[in-house]
Design a protein around this ligand. Structure first.
Ligand code: FE
Length: 133
């Protein structure tokens, strides 16, 4: 695990990233840059850079946040979250513990899952088809 103190994170991250990744905030729906983003590539944790989701697992969702039907294997940890009077499953980065979002059992694909993730917690890298320098 990539362990940093909250003071260190505060220096490295933007204030919005810090609010969401470290304070478990939620960006307003329909405002994130990856909500309606469907390029081919990978989505990494915007805190530590660990790859968490691929574009193949992303689907169109009306919930207002980027939605995936599965994470990259062992890239996230799921925790019970009893905050705000709800029972939810929180999704965090397995490397740095950064808050990503929540996972719900109402996904439209075969996995039945909807990983509802904050755009601010993600950093997209386009798939490169050419390995030439
Ligand atoms: Fe991370």
């Amino acid at each position: 695990m990539n362990k940093k103190s909250e003071k260190e994170w505060e220096k490295i991250l933007s204030s919005k990233q810090f609010q969401i990744l470290r304070k478990k905030g939620t960006e307003r729906p329909f405002t994130g840059k990856y909500n309606n983003h469907f390029e081919k590539g990978n989505y990494s944790c915007s805190g530590c850079g660990k790859e968490l989701f691929t574009s193949d697992s992303k689907f169109k969702s009306s919930c207002g946040w980027p939605s995936f039907d599965s994470p990259i294997k062992d890239s996230v940890i799921e925790l019970i979250d009893l905050s705000h009077g709800m029972i939810r499953t929180e999704v965090i980065c397995s490397n740095c513990g950064g808050h990503q979002g929540h996972v719900f059992n109402d996904g439209p694909t075969i996995t039945g899952k909807r990983y509802c993730i904050n755009s601010i917690s993600l950093s997209f890298k386009k798939e490169s088809f050419s390995k030439k320098k």
